[in-house]
Design a protein. Structure first.
Length: 631
């Protein structure tokens, strides 16, 4: 199904340009804006939303402070200051458990928590502080490229966050993987609001007091914008919003980002949640946020600002107009003000976006098109080359993450050839579809010569029947040849797929598993899961066509996906069982002890090869033989 980009009220490019010109010539006062990126996200590179908005606002003359609160939080977590605070909270947590024991007795989990707290002595915490600082030093230095040391550092981070969890229990704080859970339900606004006020589990209240509040006091912004990429960030974002409104009511607070866009239909029906902030920007944010910044404090009608949700005494409103960005009008991202030397990498990795939307836009399981009001757009290849060179020189790095949805074949060919001809000397990673038109060896030689090191590749399924159901417009023959070519030319391929697409049968899932096993020599890593019925996907919009039934629980107002049943094929539980079978039986070489995508990318670039056994868990000769015998 082709993506429907028509969200209504799209402003013409001419009118948009006219309004921008009028705004620039208006001569109104310039604003002080603070942009926040909230937890939780792995702190290996800046997320692009803040630098993109910062560049756009600064070009218009506004004073912008951008803060990666997520990065600063993890830097603080793994420090003597924070861990000493944890030590001081232990008696409070033990007292809470004693009261519970008197009132009703402790559960088995609470008894285990009590015992673990008693083991957190001053000596143990002193050792943990030393290890945490050492772990940060490793990941920010050339020692990062010693896989044993890097694995040790990652294990320290897990141990530290596990220890932090003890004093915020029943919350669970985890990094890596990013699995922090405040023990409240993210898909219910009532639970999110309860979590905001829960001083026992809500670590983000302490993060606000230590990181966000001092910055507000120092910078005195008139407007604060918070970018929400994942639904998991709702806990931290709503906590920050609530505390800003309590302590700095004069500041205009707006939220935006992918998650806000996906919740645009339910936010007007959640006034208690909306009360924590003033406005929300949906879809693409540059023009909308700039117009909002310039309207705050004036008598301008918010109804004229595109992509906006706002509230007044009459209720919550949605702007009748929308806008999208002309890629040629956008400046390169501006990372100034971000502490680039504090990210959890030895060398900076810069994100860069040359396109908007997906050129294919027909995958039945995908809802990425929901973030846009117009279709696929791209910068010109020469502009891409010039901006990459500019960013390389300004920020003294050669590592780039091209965060596009997927490069179309023609642009991929142009990019690799131009990077090669201009000899930029960068290493880069991006996302790509399996395309028949990219099966020339010359294409992959150009990719290798241009510095392409790591590709996320949308495999989805090894069943020809399921690929057709998904409208992937590729074949297993094309997939196999692409994997062979990327492997031959030193590019690490990360193959992504899932089980349980509506209509998939067990034999189809078996085709997926067998295909990967048969081609394991050319498959470097995998990312698999089960199908999620996201609310904005083509499948969810036409359930009868797909033979599925799902139920919307009215209390689950923030749900972005639904449980569903099928008329035929694998159901949700069936898909989970297939996934578990695959997890237990797949090729052991795909189990990596270092699995953070930026880390694998840096390793491939550093060692100049996609053969990196140091990243794999050890496989004994017997285990290796057994694996081969089972193929």
């Amino acid at each position: 199904m082709r993506i429907d980009y028509n969200k209504g009220g799209l402003i013409s490019p001419q009118l948009l340009k006219q309004r921008r010109t009028e705004s620039q010539s208006d001569g109104g006062p310039k604003k002080k804006v603070m942009l926040l990126f909230p937890p939780d996200w792995y702190p290996s590179e800046p997320y692009l939303s803040l630098p993109t908005l910062t560049a756009f606002l600064r070009r218009a003359g506004h004073d912008v402070v951008q803060k990666d609160v997520n990065l600063e939080m993890y830097d603080w977590y793994f420090s003597a200051d924070f861990l000493k605070r944890v030590l001081k909270r232990i008696p409070q947590q033990l007292d809470r458990l004693k009261r519970l024991a008197r009132d009703r007795g402790l559960t088995e989990e609470e008894t285990q928590l009590q015992m673990a707290l008693c083991e957190c002595t001053r000596t143990r915490m002193a050792d943990l502080i030393e290890q945490a600082e050492r772990a940060k030093a490793i990941i920010r230095s050339p020692e990062f490229y010693d896989a044993e040391k890097l694995e040790w550092a990652m294990n320290v981070f897990r141990e530290v966050t596990s220890t932090i969890s003890l004093v915020y229990a029943p919350a669970r704080i985890c990094m890596p993987p990013m699995e922090t859970d405040l023990s409240y339900k993210l898909f219910m606004s009532s639970e999110v609001l309860a979590a905001v006020e829960d001083t026992q589990v809500n670590v983000y209240r302490d993060v606000f007091d230590h990181i966000v509040k001092p910055a507000i006091l120092e910078e005195k912004p008139e407007i604060i914008g918070i970018s929400i990429v994942l639904r998991q960030q709702l806990f931290s974002t709503m906590t920050f919003c609530a505390m800003i409104k309590e302590q700095f009511p004069e500041i205009h607070v707006t939220i935006g980002g992918n998650t806000v866009t996906r919740l645009r239909d339910v936010l007007p029906a959640t006034p208690n949640l909306f009360a924590l902030f003033d406005t929300a920007v949906v879809y693409e944010g540059e023009t909308a946020f700039l117009q909002l910044v310039e309207a705050v404090g004036t008598d301008r009608d918010f109804n004229e600002i595109p992509n906006l949700l706002w509230q007044d005494d009459a209720g919550i409103h949605t702007s009748p107009v929308t806008s999208s960005e002309n890629m040629a009008d956008l400046p390169p991202p501006d990372f100034d003000g971000l502490p680039m030397d504090r990210y959890f990498v030895p060398e900076p990795v810069l994100p860069y976006l040359a396109t908007r939307g997906c050129y294919w836009g027909r995958c039945e399981f995908c809802d990425h098109g929901e973030g846009y009001t117009t279709g696929y757009r791209t910068k010109k290849i020469q502009e891409i080359i010039e901006e990459v060179r500019f960013l390389r020189d300004k920020y003294h790095t050669r590592f780039f993450h091209f965060t596009d949805e997927s490069y179309p074949p023609a642009l991929f060919r142009k990019l690799t050839r131009q990077l090669k001809e201009h000899q930029l000397g960068i290493a880069w990673t991006t996302h790509i579809r399996f395309e028949k038109s990219l099966l020339d060896d010359e294409v992959w030689q150009d990719a290798e010569d241009s510095g392409c090191k790591f590709l996320h590749m949308g495999y989805e399924s090894g069943s020809e029947r399921v690929l057709k159901l998904m409208d992937k417009a590729t074949t297993t023959e094309v997939i196999q040849r692409s994997l062979e070519l990327s492997s031959k030319h030193g590019v690490w391929n990360h193959v992504m797929g899932f089980f349980g697409f509506p209509g998939e049968r067990y034999e189809d899932a078996k085709f997926s598993m067998d295909f990967l096993e048969d081609n394991k020599e050319h498959v470097h890593s995998i990312g698999f899961g089960t199908f999620d019925l996201s609310k904005h996907t083509p499948v969810a919009k036409d359930p009868e066509r797909w033979g599925i039934t799902f139920y919307k629980n009215p209390e689950w107002d923030l749900a972005l996906d639904y449980y569903f049943t099928v008329k035929e094929g694998l159901g949700v539980e069936d898909a989970e069982r297939v996934f578990e079978e695959f997890e237990q039986n797949h090729y052991a070489g795909w189990d990596l002890k270092i699995y953070i995508r930026e880390y694998v990318f840096l390793y491939v670039a550093h060692f100049g090869t996609n053969k990196l056994p140091a990243l794999q868990f050890r496989i004994t000769p017997d285990e290796s033989s057994e694996e081969l015998a089972n193929v």
